[in-house]
Design a protein around this ligand. Structure first.
Ligand SMILES: O=C(O)c1ccccc1NCC(=O)[C@H](O)[C@H](O)COP(=O)(O)O
Length: 262
């Protein structure tokens, strides 16, 4: 059993418990249901967009503790000052040390850029929850879901006015996504089963993605030169966590990184 299998099994149990305690009706009453959603697509396509989706990540299964000091407020303000295209917040507690409260706090501060709820979605309830806590985008990891789940959860998110970042690592993952056209596709350079990171992975798989898609490269990015290379292969979004979060001041690190993108 891989860590990913363990995470998914744990998530399913966790969500079943939460669903038994919190009615969907309660989530729908959240003021965030009435707010205007910020579009990731629009932000990535904007003229002059940095394309950086900067992540708040305290810890991870592959690296352990990355940063347990930098606060949500400091990092959110720092990322916004750096002119990121979007923010990503891990809301999983058991494996990444994140919380839904983290995202809610970031939402209060961030009233200008999209926020991705970074979690392992295994149930439609979490998509309604994402809207309730103020997210604009959800992540659907193709290797963790069936083709039917990907379709149904994608439709549910769209119905709620949320966007979806579909994450793939293999051709098999891509084949599971119904009608790729116009979707936001994230290629994870990290193999979530082995944690191996290959920065060429995005480029290798990119030719399989239609031009109508918005391509995002995820994980292991630590050098602005990598962004230049990825842009040549049509990538417009770059999800970066550890490289910023491992520093004392993630916002400043992000600003420095962005200033070096050519
Ligand atoms: O980061 C991990 O160890 C990990 C393990 C298992 C499942 C997912 C994992 N990471 C999620 C991510 O995709 C990254 O947080 C994100 O792409 C940013 O990556 P990085 O810049 O390498 O922090």
């Amino acid at each position: 059993m891989t860590i990913l299998d363990k995470i998914i099994a744990f998530k399913k149990k966790e969500i079943a418990k939460i669903k038994a305690e919190i009615p969907v009706k309660k989530l729908v009453e959240s003021p965030n249901f009435g707010r205007t959603v910020f579009s990731l697509k629009k932000s990535l396509l904007e003229v002059g967009s940095t394309g950086i989706i900067a992540e708040y990540k305290r810890q991870s299964p592959s690296k352990g503790i990355i940063n347990d000091k930098a606060t949500i407020a400091e990092v959110t303000n720092g990322y916004l000052d750096a002119n990121v295209a979007a923010q990503s917040i891990l809301t999983d507690t058991s494996f990444f040390g994140g919380t839904m409260a983290d995202l809610m706090e970031a939402r209060v501060i961030n009233q200008q850029k999209p926020i991705l709820r970074k979690d392992f979605i295994v149930d439609g309830f979490q998509i309604v929850e994402a809207k309730a806590i103020g997210a604009d985008v959800i992540l659907l990891i193709a290797s963790c879901l069936t083709a039917t789940e990907l379709k149904n959860y994608g439709n549910l998110a769209t119905d709620l006015g949320l966007e979806v970042l579909y994450e793939v690592h293999t051709q098999e993952d891509l084949d599971k996504i119904n009608d790729l056209d116009n979707k936001i596709i994230g290629i994870n350079n990290r193999n979530l089963k082995t944690f191996e990171v290959d920065l060429d992975h995005s480029i290798k798989l990119s030719s399989q993605i239609p031009d109508t898609c918005l391509k995002v490269s995820e994980s292991g990015i630590s050098d602005p030169k990598i962004i230049t290379g990825l842009k040549e292969f049509g990538f417009q979004g770059f999800l970066i966590g550890e490289n910023f979060m491992k520093t004392e001041n993630p916002g400043e690190a992000c600003q420095e990184f962005i200033s070096q993108i050519r």
